[in-house]
Design a binder for this molecule. Structure first.
Ligand SMILES: [Zn+2]
Length: 244
C-alpha cells in the first residue's frame, strides 16, 4: 500500500487551486459525461463514479469541505466524523472497462478514541452498499498503520478529526502489528482476496501478500466476471498465483 500513497498529479494545475484539488476536479469533470452515458444505458439507476461521489456525500463530509481541504477523502459520519477514508479513482490497463468503475481504497483510519465501537465496520458497510448501488469495484491492500511526526517514528494517537486531518496528507505512516486482525476484518466484511496488480501502474512488489490484497465487486457492476476472475488462480499474475 505504501508505494501508492503519493497522490496522482493533475494534467493542469488550476489557478488558485492546489495540484490535488485540480486533480480531483479533473476526475469529476471527466466522469460527468461518462456517467451521463452510463445512466442512459442503464435506465438511470445511477451507475458510475459521479453517482458514487453523490451517494457518499449523503453519509460523509467530503475532505474538500473541511478546513484541511483534502480531496478524495470521505469523513464519516457526515455530522461529527469519527473515521476517514481516502478513495481514489484508478484503472487497470489490463481491464479496459475498469476505467470509470475502479476505486482504490488508499487508506482508512478511525480516531483512536473510537476504536472497537463499530464505527469502522459501519463505514465500510456503507461504502460497500454504495459500491453495490453504483456498480463500482473497490480494491485495497490491508496494512495496519498509524501516523507519526517523523519518517519511521513512533505512532501517536488522535482524539479529534481536525488533528487527524492535519497529518492525513503528510502520511508519515508507521506500521503496527494489527495486520492479522485487519485481514480477518475485511474477510468478514465480504472482501475477497484477489490479484490487484496491473503492469507498471500497479506493479508487483516482493512484499505483496495475496492474503492482504482485497477486492469488492459492486452488485450492479455489468462486468463482474472480469473482476472476479482475479480471485481465481487462473486470473492472477504469476506472483500472486504462486502464493496460492
Ligand atoms: Zn498479482
Amino acid at each position: 500500500m505504501y508505494e501508492h500513497m503519493e497522490f496522482a498529479k493533475p494534467n493542469h494545475v488550476r489557478k488558485g487551486m492546489t495540484p490535488q484539488e485540480s486533480y480531483w476536479l479533473e476526475k469529476i469533470e471527466s466522469e460527468i459525461e461518462r456517467d451521463k452515458r452510463n445512466q442512459r444505458i442503464s435506465g438511470g439507476c445511477g451507475l458510475g463514479f459521479l453517482n458514487f461521489v453523490e451517494q457518499m456525500k449523503k453519509i460523509c463530509k467530503l475532505g474538500s469541505e473541511t478546513k484541511a481541504n483534502i480531496p478524495c477523502s470521505y469523513l464519516f459520519p457526515r455530522e461529527d466524523p469519527k473515521a476517514v477514508a481516502q478513495i481514489e479513482k484508478v484503472e487497470w490497463s489490463g481491464v479496459p472497462k475498469s476505467r470509470g468503475s475502479l476505486l482504490y481504497l488508499t487508506k482508512l483510519f478511525v480516531l483512536d478514541t473510537e476504536r472497537d465501537n463499530g464505527i469502522g465496520t459501519n463505514f465500510v458497510q456503507e461504502i460497500k452498499r454504495i459500491v453495490d448501488e453504483t456498480g463500482m469495484v473497490l480494491f485495497l491492500r490491508a496494512e495496519s498503520f498509524s501516523f507519526s511526526n517523523e519518517e519511521g517514528g513512533l505512532p501517536y494517537s488522535f482524539y479529534n478529526m481536525d488533528d487527524l486531518l492535519q497529518s492525513w496528507e503528510a502520511e508519515k505512516l508507521t506500521s503496527n502489528d494489527g495486520d492479522m486482525v485487519l485481514i480477518e476484518w475485511y474477510k468478514r466484511l465480504g472482501f475477497l482476496n484477489a490479484c490487484t496488480h496491473d503492469g507498471d501502474i500497479w506493479p508487483v512488489k516482493d512484499y505483496h501478500k495475496l492474503d492482504k490484497q482485497f477486492l469488492y465487486v459492486g452488485a450492479k457492476n455489468p462486468d463482474q466476471d472480469l473482476y472476479l476472475n482475479r480471485t481465481n488462480e487462473s486470473g492472477m499474475c504469476a506472483f500472486c498465483r504462486n502464493q496460492k
